[in-house]
Write a protein that binds this ligand. Structure first.
Ligand SMILES: [Zn+2]
Length: 299
């Protein structure tokens, strides 16, 4: 892995863009200003493809990162989101506006919310209250004619014979897909295998009520194993090469365990403030890394 550029976006942050090989670049989308919590990925090539946009406030940072990688407004061919939760897809409308040639790919159950985010934003407002604006911003609508849906499977043309194949992967959400790269063998798992914390190696559950479903989540992990990926690329956060090991941990620990603890209030959606604290506790080397702007009292 080589460093491509340093982050100017967030004070004290780790590098914003990391070369993962095979023309794949990890982009820190700096959710709410936190580094190493939310990742997008660019697959460069004849038909550049962005996997996950990050939140709406992340969109200018993503545009900057893509520009640094030689992908200008007319160049991006595809934007695909694993699911429409705002830490993954909140920037879709803004990114679609910045890259007018890009097709937006999403599972068919998520498409209408990207075209008309009114209901999605209202339910997010219900959950997050006043903190919604700081944590996630506002998902802008994507013109319906720019959206292409996938169902159980689907294909994104990356150019030069390279493909990104989508596979329905429900459990975390009913509209979740994972995507495997025909050249690198990378599997983009979104939240379907949990939240990987690169600085500690921890795997945390991502089992938000009410949508989380244990049986389908475990079935999705079996789908992943059968695809024999070379790496798992977590949206939270980064690549993991020990595929079998981490899928076993997801099955035995993170997902089943979270399902057992649900009654005790575990298993919510990503909490960047908590993760940041946890990382700092577990890894004192990160203690100098402070979030810009405090997030206080997040439930
Ligand atoms: Zn999610």
């Amino acid at each position: 892995m080589g460093r491509v550029s340093s982050a100017a976006a967030s004070p004290g942050a780790a590098e914003a863009v990391v070369d993962l090989g095979h023309d794949v670049y990890q982009i820190d989308t700096f959710m709410a200003g936190y580094s190493r919590i939310t990742a997008g990925y660019l697959i460069r090539g004849d038909r550049p493809c962005l996997v996950e946009t990050g939140t709406a406030p992340s969109a200018p940072l993503v545009r900057e990162a893509l520009a640094g990688l030689g992908v200008g407004p007319a160049d991006l061919a595809t934007v695909v989101v694993t699911h429409i939760h705002l830490d993954h897809a909140g920037g879709t409308g803004d990114i679609a506006g910045m890259f007018p040639g890009a097709e937006v790919v999403v599972h068919e159950r998520g498409a209408r919310h990207l075209a008309d985010p009114t209901r999605l934003m209202a339910s997010a407002r219900n959950v997050w209250g006043d903190q919604l604006d700081q944590l996630f911003g506002t998902l802008a609508p994507t013109p319906a004619e720019r959206i292409r849906t996938v169902d159980r499977t689907g294909t994104i043309d990356l150019g030069g014979g390279r493909r990104l194949d989508s596979h329905y992967a429900p459990g975390h959400a009913r509209h979740h897909v994972a995507l495997i790269d025909s050249v690198s063998g990378d599997l983009y798992v979104g939240d379907a295998a949990g939240i990987y914390i690169p600085d500690t190696g921890d795997l945390r559950p991502a089992t938000p009520p009410p949508e989380f479903d244990l049986a389908t989540a475990l079935e999705s992990l079996r789908t992943f194993a059968a695809l024999r990926p070379a790496r798992l690329l977590f949206s939270h956060y980064g690549p993991v090469a020990e595929v079998t090991h981490i899928l076993d941990r997801a099955d035995q620990g993170a997902i089943r365990g979270a399902a057992r603890r649900r009654g005790r209030g575990h298993g919510r959606e990503v909490r960047p403030d908590q993760q940041h604290r946890r990382q700092r506790r577990r890894n004192p080397a990160l203690s100098g890394q402070r979030p810009p702007g405090a997030v206080t009292g997040v439930r």
